[in-house]
Design a protein around this ligand. Sequence first.
Ligand SMILES: *Cc1c(COP(=O)(O)O)cnc(C)c1O
Ligand code: SF4
Length: 436
Amino acid sequence: MTMSNKLKTYTLHNYKTIPQISLLSDEMIEAIEVVGHVLPFKTNNYVIDKLIDWSQIETDPMFTLTFPRKEMLQKRHYNAVKKLLDRGADQAALGKKIEEIRMELNPNPAGQEHNVPEMDGIKLKGIQHKYPETILFFPSQGQTCHAYCSFCFRWPQFGGMPDMKFAMNEADLLARYLLKNEKVTDVLFTGGDPLTMSTRILSSYINVLLQPEFKNIHSIRIGTKALSYWPYRFTTDKDSDELLKLFEKVVKAGKNMAIQAHFNHPAELKTDEVMQAIKKIRATGAQIRTQSPVLKNINDKPEIWAEMWRKQVDLGCIPYYMFVARDTGSKRYFELPLDKCWNVFRRAYRQVSGLCRTVRGPSMSCEPGKVQVLGVQEVQGEKVYVLRFLQGRDPKWVDVPFFAKYDPKATWFDQLEPAFGKERFFFEEDEQSDLI
Ligand SMILES: *Cc1c(COP(=O)(O)O)cnc(C)c1O
Ligand code: SF4
């Protein structure tokens, strides 16, 4: 019998015990050591044995998603850490430098701290409430992941920067907050990865929401990478059956149970393990919606997305979002101009059936909302980006097309300027137009 479904975790401290590691060059090992001190790194035996193609590690997207590469840090940052490591600097000096570099990498993008609500004078650090209908809930036990994605914007939550942790222990506070905010229909459990929690703890949060006084809550969503990085969570882990029963219970209570699964590449959808896990989840009546950022060196070709969406629909999943990579961490290595993101999207979108076209994107989750790049056009002789809000801090902004000056280099919303010589975007105007 194979024991591959028994979890083995690897981090900077023990990755050298991975059998395949002998295939790496000295340069690649050095990069793991240096970059791994700044950007937290963690993987497991499923990713190592089933997802990475070890015959082409120089370019394999699953390897790149898993292991730090040299180019993920700026040269000056890389050299500074390397120098300290080479001369065997003490922990204090090393720690200080690492902290300094992390602060330069925009550890808390999109003004997330602005979305933390207050109740009775207490800041609810485990909740973000930005859009009226949906709250994000960060259960404190779920602030880690089965494996870390090297591009992840949540990295400060993992690597021991406790004051950045959005954590809240009590299901009780969540419940009280929801009772006071009747417009909320969706609770989205997020992290880290909430499915790193035991089913018992997860149930303690979810069961509350199934009580009759929470009839306003229509959907319970869980954002997770477990399907991709640890599908045994749904099949052979010791509390996997209880987890499936929990999903079933939510569905039986008349609520929508939605798994928001994070897949970056078709390779993640091809193992027997993931296919079996998807089947089991679907059999509970839960839905699986899929999302991913578009990333250079990983999935920056339309064919990859078309294949991914088709495969997802074949397996009964619903393509949901294509994101633009956040302006944080190793973004430099993964970022693509907005023009390129849109071209990947539309060239993929046009070759798939309508059942795949539930997907929306490319979308930037930025301070005013989720901004979709609808495309590049020429209007009255000026080349512009056509944009719209998929979600807005003010719901009135949603679905109103607006324009930004075309900039071939821009990779994020804050680099764009209003088109047609305007000073401000429409949502920044004091007196907003009649249109909204
Ligand atoms: C994306 C997001 C949501 C969920 O938005 P949907 O479009 O409903 O999936 C909720 N809150 C925040 C802060 C978000 O960024
Ligand atoms: S699974 Fe999500 S939260 Fe976890 S490391 Fe990956 S992108 Fe970040």
